[in-house]
Design a protein around this ligand. Structure first.
Ligand SMILES: *[C@@H]1O[C@H](CO)[C@@H](O)[C@H](O)[C@H]1NC(C)=O
Ligand SMILES: *[C@@H]1O[C@H](CO)[C@@H](O)[C@H](O)[C@H]1NC(C)=O
Ligand SMILES: *[C@@H]1O[C@H](CO)[C@@H](O)[C@H](O)[C@H]1NC(C)=O
Ligand SMILES: *[C@@H]1O[C@H](CO)[C@@H](O)[C@H](O)[C@H]1NC(C)=O
Ligand SMILES: *[C@@H]1O[C@H](CO)[C@@H](O)[C@H](O)[C@H]1NC(C)=O
Length: 408
């Protein structure tokens, strides 16, 4: 298993959290891993995913519309799934940064009052799985523009299995977790749950079930700004009507361990770089993350090229801000240089228009900027989220372990 996943697993275990006085480190949709996963046999799971590519292709790709979680700024995109017999409807974030399905259950009362709740007693196909009991899982960030800290992103979960479908594609006996309780930051989400789409899904996951029925192991993501609409997820392929340019694929790093991690050869800001940014860095590509997370030294170096007025906001650890009156005019085009499967360097670019993610709730004259930083004691590599994906049609190929980018 990859070192990033292990780090987050450690943070997620309650024993370590108790022993460690550092702030809770969190988010709803990134690299959340249950304790169950620690004992998981990731090698055989991955092999299963790869071997199944050879199976007959008996399912056709399907697309479903995605809704933008827009609260003054684009956050995440979510769409509909059905669970149970007869089907109960839920909305979930399709999250390349995690690997499980989590939806609220009827036992989640107060903290899930905004969400639809799965009622196992109303499904003839529900199978309880109490092998792991009820456990709590922590997350590294949330469906919010704000980053880590000050917020407790956690859920109490219990496992079960049932029939699940997305866009008419159905799989029986899919393992998932019912949310029994969730921390306050999750309660406000307009969606119900999270569906993980890492490359290391268990044999009992929804996507694995589709692949064993012959669906190609590919997701196509088209996440558009609120003002544009028409966002869409394609399972089993891409929707070529959504982009005209050629897709360039970059391979996952060899030790990605189930996560969508690419190697970046360097970062440049408005065409400039320095010895902090012009380095090889493993970067997690995560559709469940709003903006971008960087190690502190990289965030400092990046903002130094944009404006000295951009400073850490002490009220929101890890978040940076600038007076809203100054943010609009700043050039802040950020290139991440990747290397294609064929060995050709290419850039993916977050344009200047993404710099401001809107005013802080606690100070509306101060605007948050898109690059958050990890605290200096925390050695997690960068995570790139939707600030980038809005500008590309992305293809997530679990079979070839590569991510494709086509500018839109
Ligand atoms: C809900 O809670 C009750 C009482 O603790 C328990 O018996 C039941 O199994 C729980 N249901 C689920 C789906 O966890
Ligand atoms: C559901 O899957 C589990 C493995 O996760 C298996 O033990 C069980 O027999 C399956 N049940 C049915 C009804 O297929
Ligand atoms: C739910 O979680 C919150 C903390 O996020 C906690 O304060 C509360 O006691 C929990 N409720 C239950 C019923 O466990
Ligand atoms: C990528 O961006 C860097 C920095 O802006 C630039 O020097 C380089 O030419 C770009 N590479 C390509 C292939 O566009
Ligand atoms: C809000 O942000 C502005 C702009 O940076 C700053 O001048 C002001 O002191 C801040 N107000 C508070 C209450 O923090």
């Amino acid at each position: 298993m990859n070192f990033i996943l292990q780090l987050i697993l450690l943070i997620g275990t309650s024993s370590l959290t108790q022993a460690n006085p550092t702030p809770p480190f969190t988010k709803p949709a990134t690299l959340s891993l249950s304790s169950r996963k620690i004992n998981g046999d990731s090698v055989s799971r991955k092999r299963g995913l790869h071997m199944s590519r050879a199976l007959k292709r008996s399912l056709s790709p399907t697309s479903i519309p995605l809704t933008d979680n827009f609260r003054g700024t684009e956050l995440e995109w979510y769409g509909s799934i059905q669970v149970g017999t007869p089907p109960q409807d839920f909305t979930v974030v399709f999250d390349t940064g995690s690997d499980e399905l989590l939806i609220p259950g009827t036992n989640c009362t107060t903290s899930c009052s905004n969400q639809n709740k799965f009622d196992p007693t109303q499904s003839s196909t529900f199978i309880p799985d109490l092998a792991d009991g009820i456990f709590t899982e922590s997350f590294i960030t949330g469906g919010d523009a704000s980053p880590w800290g000050l917020k407790d992103w956690s859920m109490t979960l219990v496992e079960g299995a049932d029939t699940m479908s997305v866009g008419g594609l159905s799989v029986s006996n899919v393992s998932f977790f019912l949310i029994q309780n969730q921390s306050q930051p999750f309660s406000v989400d307009p969606y119900d749950g999270i569906l993980g789409l890492s490359t290391d899904l268990s044999d009992t996951s929804f996507f694995h079930g589709l692949i064993s029925q012959g669906l190609p192991p590919i997701y196509g993501f088209y996440v558009t700004p609120h003002s544009v609409g028409g966002a869409e997820l394609t399972l089993g392929g891409v929707d070529s009507s959504k982009f005209i340019s050629q897709t360039i694929f970059a391979p996952l790093v060899a030790d990605a361990g189930g996560a969508w991690i690419l190697n970046s050869l360097g970062i440049a800001v408005n065409g400039q770089t320095n010895n902090v940014l012009a380095v090889d860095t493993e970067v997690l590509f995560d559709t469940g993350t709003t903006n971008v997370f960087l190690p502190l030294t990289m965030a400092e170096a990046l903002y130094a090229f944009i404006s000295p007025e951009i400073q850490l906001n002490p009220a929101e650890p890890g978040a940076w801000g600038i007076p809203c009156s100054s943010v609009g005019s700043l050039p802040a085009s950020v290139d991440f240089t990747l290397q294609s499967v064929a060995g050709v360097k290419f850039n993916v670019t977050i344009p200047s228009s993404e710099l401001s993610v809107g005013p802080f709730a606690g100070n509306t004259s101060l605007c948050q900027t898109a690059f958050n930083s990890w605290p200096s004691y925390f050695t997690i590599p960068p995570i790139i989220g939707n600030s980038l994906f809005k500008h590309y049609y992305t293809t997530w190929d679990s079979g070839n372990l590569a991510v494709g980018f086509a500018p839109i």
